[in-house]
Design a binder for this molecule. Structure first.
Ligand SMILES: [Zn+2]
Length: 260
């Protein structure tokens, strides 16, 4: 990386730091253990976006990490538990470039998943198509997906595949835009390899590929029954009392546990 590029990056971060200066918050990162100021780079939604300058996590990603540690009865941070409690689990993180997975690293038991249309992924990552997961039944204790399910063309296939690869008692921890007051709305379908739009196309920004990614479903209340049909029990993790000092934000995290 050239010095010019580094200077440009530093200038960009300084501009962000100055712009929303009243919204920055001091705290401790549950992923990497950083203690200091977290940066509100998007003033519209500071709870969602408070950025850890070390591991680059935002609040939502720390929320997932915190819930993961809590569900496993592990103390401390992901960094400290990576060499301890998390080492003894079989985990599939479908978005393996998350701050969580970057902090844990790749191991035989922690699979960093990635998806690409042509099936090729960077070294250290494993190609994962959630609609057809290339792992044996009952392989994982934990599957993690962060804002991915809405982009999967065949949501039903993804849900049953995640259930299939989980061990009995294992769980799927995820975030997704969820609309519990309505039924799932199919915005687009993939038919013979071609996208057919049912509604005005909606996109989310994919930080990995730096490109927009199509939303196939607005997931609604029938998610609970669909999970039940594949042997999974759904819970919303939205405890009123959260450790605010960890800067977790207000976003709900979802838990779907495979029945023993
Ligand atoms: Zn961090």
């Amino acid at each position: 990386v050239s010095q010019v590029a580094l200077l440009k990056k530093a200038a960009k971060h300084a501009a962000i730091a100055l712009r929303n200066i009243s919204l920055h918050r001091p705290g401790l990162c549950v992923i990497c253990g950083y203690a200091g100021l977290f940066y509100a780079f998007d003033s519209a939604d500071p709870h969602e976006n408070l950025l850890c300058p070390v591991c680059r996590s935002v609040s939502r990603q720390r929320q997932i990490a915190w819930q993961l540690l809590r569900l496993l009865n592990l103390n401390g941070t992901v960094r400290t538990q990576a060499k301890d409690g998390l080492r003894h689990l079989d985990v599939l993180d479908a978005g393996g470039n998350s701050p969580l997975s970057r902090t844990v690293g790749t191991g035989p038991r922690w699979i960093r998943g990635a998806y690409s249309a042509d099936g090729r992924v960077e070294p250290g990552f494993t190609f994962v198509d959630l609609q057809s997961i290339d792992f044996a039944d009952k392989r994982f204790d934990v599957v993690i997906t962060e804002d991915v399910l809405e982009h999967v063309p065949d949501l039903g296939a993804a849900l049953s595949e995640i259930a299939r690869v989980l061990k009995p008692g294992g769980f799927h921890l995820f975030t997704v835009p969820y609309y519990p007051d309505q039924a799932t709305c199919t915005r687009a379908e993939l038919i013979d390899g071609r996208v057919e739009h049912r509604l005005e196309p909606a996109y989310h920004w994919d930080p990995d590929t730096q490109s927009p990614i199509l939303v196939f479903s607005d997931i609604g209340c029938d998610l609970v029954e669909r999970l039940d049909e594949v042997g999974m029990d759904f819970t919303v993790l939205n405890e009123a009392r959260r450790p605010a000092w960890r800067l977790l934000g207000q976003r709900d995290v979802y838990l779907s546990r495979k029945r023993p």
